[in-house]
Design a protein around this ligand. Structure first.
Ligand code: 13P
Ligand code: 13P
Ligand code: MG
Ligand code: MG
Ligand code: MG
Length: 372
């Protein structure tokens, strides 16, 4: 068995919230090669989306392993020190705790981990997003694993015909449920259509009994109790041979669907699939970006990455993103560009309610009393 772990954090932005400084990436690269030499890891790669730094690692310790999580924690403390030295923005932004204890749960960094027995050929995609929330994976996962208009294999591959099981987390009440699809598609959609609260955590094949997907599902603001930046989730998807083909996994991103995030984490904006080179959200701290890094995992080694959205066939999605962004931006502080009050990450409402409490008057009574 091999475990593929993506552990990520924003430990400082260069400039503002738009990118990771190259010195931080170099430090993380060095730490990863040392961990491979020390045999903690089989292989490791760094990747960035916006101001979030991901450590993509293979190892034999399983998910939630103290050794791997504490290694990542130490790397992020080191990159935080670099960010502090350079005066980068929000140094250590996602490190919500002072001391590491056991694993990263509730500590700020996000992680997606998937343990599997390597198939003779093991194509995987590591998706990294910036300026959005974990529920942003709900729509593309639904399309790739449950929608035959997206995924031809659901109809014409006998190993996919039985469908997939989806594990969904309720992040508000910290509970989870499994949906058996296609039988329970409609039940599931009622929940995952509300991605601020319900988030797909994993997907498994009913035929192969193999886990195909792992997502990072923390909500930073629910951990910290206040706004500390957006979650900027990651996800691992295994492809082919009874799972959706690579192109079926990427296809949902040809549509610029909207997600919560963007400026101050408080706006709806379209998701833009981009190459690594273009994963630097600047306009209105957006639009949210997603990159897709393809690897062939072989004997635990990460053969790759291929920068999968570096492909002109996603140009139309990018153009659509810009059009939708123009349209939404013209709403300024109005919904649905601005998130509804209960989902706002930043708000002056509590303060305003207090300050204006005295000035609210009852509405005038109707001039003519309503007939009894
Ligand atoms: P190739 O013939 O290029 O291998 O394509 C096979 C396939 O099924 C693509 O979805
Ligand atoms: P990040 O979570 O990417 O730091 O974004 C924070 C923000 O508020 C952007 O406007
Ligand atoms: Mg940031
Ligand atoms: Mg970020
Ligand atoms: Mg963030």
């Amino acid at each position: 068995m091999v475990t593929l772990s993506i552990i990520k954090a924003d430990t400082g932005g260069f400039v503002g919230h738009s990118a990771v400084h190259p010195d931080m990436v170099s430090a993380a690269k060095e730490a990863l090669s040392a961990a491979v030499t020390d045999r903690l890891l089989v292989d490791g790669a760094t990747a960035c989306c916006g101001d979030d730094l991901s450590l993509i690692m293979t190892h034999e310790h399983g998910p939630d392993a103290e050794a791997v999580h504490s290694f990542a924690w130490d790397v992020f403390r080191q990159t935080t020190r670099i960010a502090q030295q350079l005066g980068l923005y929000g140094a250590g932004q996602d490190l919500l705790s002072d001391a590491f204890s056991g694993n990263l749960r509730g500590m700020g960094p996000g992680y997606a981990e998937l343990e599997f027995t390597e198939r003779p050929s093991e194509p995987v995609v590591c998706f990294l997003a910036d300026k959005t929330e974990p529920g942003a994976w709900n729509l593309p996962l639904y399309k790739a694993f449950a929608d035959p208009f997206n995924t031809a294999g659901l109809v014409i591959d006998s190993k996919m015909h039985a469908g997939f099981r989806f594990e969904v987390y309720d992040l508000y009440e910290e509970k989870r449920i499994w949906f058996d699809c296609p039988r329970e598609l409609y039940e599931m959609l009622m929940f995952i259509g509300a991605p601020a609260r319900y988030v797909i955590h994993s997907v498994e094949s009913k035929t192969l009994h193999e886990q195909a997907v792992a997502t990072s599902t923390q909500r930073l603001s629910l951990i910290a109790g206040k706004y500390v930046g957006k979650d900027d989730p990651v996800m691992i998807v295994r492809c082919q041979s009874g799972l959706p083909a690579l192109g079926e996994v990427l296809e949902p991103f040809a549509f610029a669907y909207t997600a919560g995030g963007c400026m101050r984490g408080s706006h709806h904006a379209p998701m833009m699939p981009v190459s690594v080179r273009d994963a630097h959200p600047a306009r209105f701290d957006g639009p949210p970006r997603v990159v897709a890094l393809g690897f062939q995992v072989h004997d635990g080694m990460l053969i790759g990455p291929r920068d999968l959205f570096d492909d002109p066939s996603f140009d139309r999605a990018r153009a659509q993103t810009n059009e939708v962004m123009d349209y939404l931006r013209r709403h300024g502080p109005f919904e649905p560009h601005r998130l509804p009050l209960e989902d706002l990450e930043y708000t002056t409402m509590a303060e305003l309610e207090e300050r204006l409490a005295e000035r609210w008057q009852p509405m005038p009574q109707a001039a003519v009393p309503a007939p009894r």
